[in-house]
Design a protein around this ligand. Sequence first.
Ligand SMILES: [Zn+2]
Length: 224
Amino acid sequence: MQKLISSTDQIKIIDSDALIVIDMQNDFLPGGSLAVPDGDKIIPDINTLAKLFFQKNQVVFTQDWHPPNHQSFASSHPGKNTFDEFSAHGLGPVLWPDHCVQGSEGADFASNIDSILAKMILRKGYHREIDSYSAFLENDKQTKTGLNAYLKSFNVTRVFVCGLALDYCVKYTSLDAKTLGFDTYIVQDLSKPVNTDETVLIALLNELKESDVHLVNLAQFQEF
Ligand SMILES: [Zn+2]
């Protein structure tokens, strides 16, 4: 059992660590179809952190990768509007604008994110009937992406998660990582939420802490 890192400790990256960079794609950045406020502001610092991990650790980049007419899109449901509440097996709680359609410019990584540092690019959300917020399990909570076995094949025991969006894909990736047995940390200053309401954000951070998903910041990593 590794010692828990507090929010002030220095972090030394060790062999069993991995970095997971979530969905740094054009559609999630300002100007994109499902823009996360200030999503572009975290790119330079994610590049800095990914360079630190790249030397000897696993670096995974994820890519939301939907077919046209994906069932998470409001446009796939006649009479529905974007952000309408919607609940179905593996879908919801809302319907999204069309985003990250396979092969589209919106699905590309941001031009200034160093995706060259990804040792593994994991695409998710390609099943038309199921969404996938988590990089480990799709939203039916059963369909695996393969990431768990991949990381464990490299003896990874501790993961650091950053990217977009804090309240969806970063959150659910982190909760699943914890459930799957990884010591799990979110690099909080390298992640931005869709919903920036402060009360909602505080509730989210409390939910993560209660699930033993811990929060750290870039400045804690050694060499800074
Ligand atoms: Zn999506």
